[in-house]
Design a protein around this ligand. Sequence first.
Ligand code: DGP
Length: 117
Amino acid sequence: MQEDTLFSKIVKGELPADIVFQDDRVTAFRDIDPQAPTHILIVPNKIIPTVNDVSEEDEATLGRMFIVARNLAESEGVDADGYRLLVNCGHHANQEVFHLHMHLLGGRPLGRMLPAK
Ligand code: DGP
């Protein structure tokens, strides 16, 4: 059996979090260390450690993550000015929690995607 992750415990309500959306596939909650006025994490309820681990059977769940991101961007009021959706994968990307998650960041100008080389 797959070992629980920090985020799977949040999904199951075993750890506290500011959950802003949940359905049968996806959970969204506010990041504990927000980098922007809106900083929400959108995670599959199922444990998928990294993007390297996604499979065909996850297609609907991954699509749902984008629908949830769009809806939350609207409800957070960041849709018109724009926002960033970010998924880190592995060590070079500084992935800290090995439960796939999409960051929804917005509410201020976010600058370039990466610092200048
Ligand atoms: P990443 O570097 O992409 O793996 O980002 C992990 C994010 O998870 C980071 O922005 C901080 C956030 N985070 C870590 N632990 C917790 C937690 O216990 N609760 C919440 N809400 N967010 C967390």
